[in-house]
Design a protein around this ligand. Structure first.
Ligand code: FPP
Length: 241
């Protein structure tokens, strides 16, 4: 007797996947390498998973590249992550050849001018892509995002464009970084951690969570398949019965 293995149902894919790319430091430590080596391999994993999502027809992928709290890390580590992002963006072909539409979410104001310029070019250069919508969360914090939305709405109240009574969930959803995008269906966190860490906290109110012990640099498309298969077996009720 053989067991029927369950595979991904490509007709019922999650529309939006969020990933906390965690475990780069531990991956490097296990190999007695500097933490930055873990980020370098983590960046490769990111590229392969983004390509895979694009290939199978995922519509939205949001990856957590750098949080508002990550500035506390040693300068050489912060610089290494920014350099990996730059390298990725310099290779503008990533977007043109692969039909991936890139968008950065987060407070980009403290970034260097050359990184800001590259971000602008990559967003503009990929604006017409019709494949995967890739959100890269950079200097991103979920609470910071809600503050950002609150300030935008408060300005409209001050200018008399709206009244406070008109503020509702829809308006907040329309003023966060991911306005007009669907909420994540599933949030994936590898590396054996079980926290949301300020990632998409408004958007994840009804997201399914999926955890794995695999460290991010070791994460493979087959791990993503596992997450999707698990997701497809869950019964989402959104508060109903
Ligand atoms: C978390 O692992 C990872 C980060 C804070 C950085 C993620 C960055 C990349 C994968 C590379 C750059 C990204 C792109 C989009 C090119 P950790 O360092 O906290 O790992 P640890 O918990 O094992 O220490």
């Amino acid at each position: 007797m053989f067991k029927k293995s369950i595979s991904v149902d490509f007709e019922r894919l999650p529309k939006h996947i969020g990933i906390i790319m965690d475990g780069n430091g531990r991956w490097a430590k296990k190999r007695k390498l500097p933490r930055t080596a873990g980020h370098t391999v983590g960046a490769k994993t990111f590229k392969s998973i983004a390509r895979y999502c694009n290939k199978i027809g995922i519509e939205y992928l949001t990856v957590y590249a750098f949080s508002t709290e990550n500035w506390k890390r040693p300068k050489d580590e912060v610089d290494a992550i920014m350099k990996l992002l730059k390298d990725y963006l310099v290779d503008a072909k990533n977007f043109k050849d692969e039909n991936i539409k890139v968008k950065f979410i987060g407070d980009l104001s403290p970034l260097s001018d050359d990184l800001k310029q590259l971000i602008k070019e990559s967003e503009e250069g990929s604006a017409d892509a019709t494949g995967l919508n890739l959100n890269i969360a950079l200097n991103y914090g979920g609470r910071d995002e809600i503050v950002y939305a609150a300030k935008k709405i408060a300005k409209k109240v001050k200018e008399g464009i709206i009244s406070p009574d008109e503020i509702d969930e829809k308006m907040i959803s329309g003023n966060i970084y991911t306005a007009s995008q669907p909420n994540p269906d599933i949030i994936i966190r590898p590396s054996g951690e079980y926290r949301i860490s300020n990632f998409l906290i408004w958007q994840s109110a009804y997201s399914e969570f999926w955890y794995s012990d695999v460290l991010w640099p070791d994460f493979k498309p087959k791990d993503l398949d596992r997450a999707i298969i698990d997701f497809q077996q869950r019964n989402r009720r959104f508060g109903g019965i």
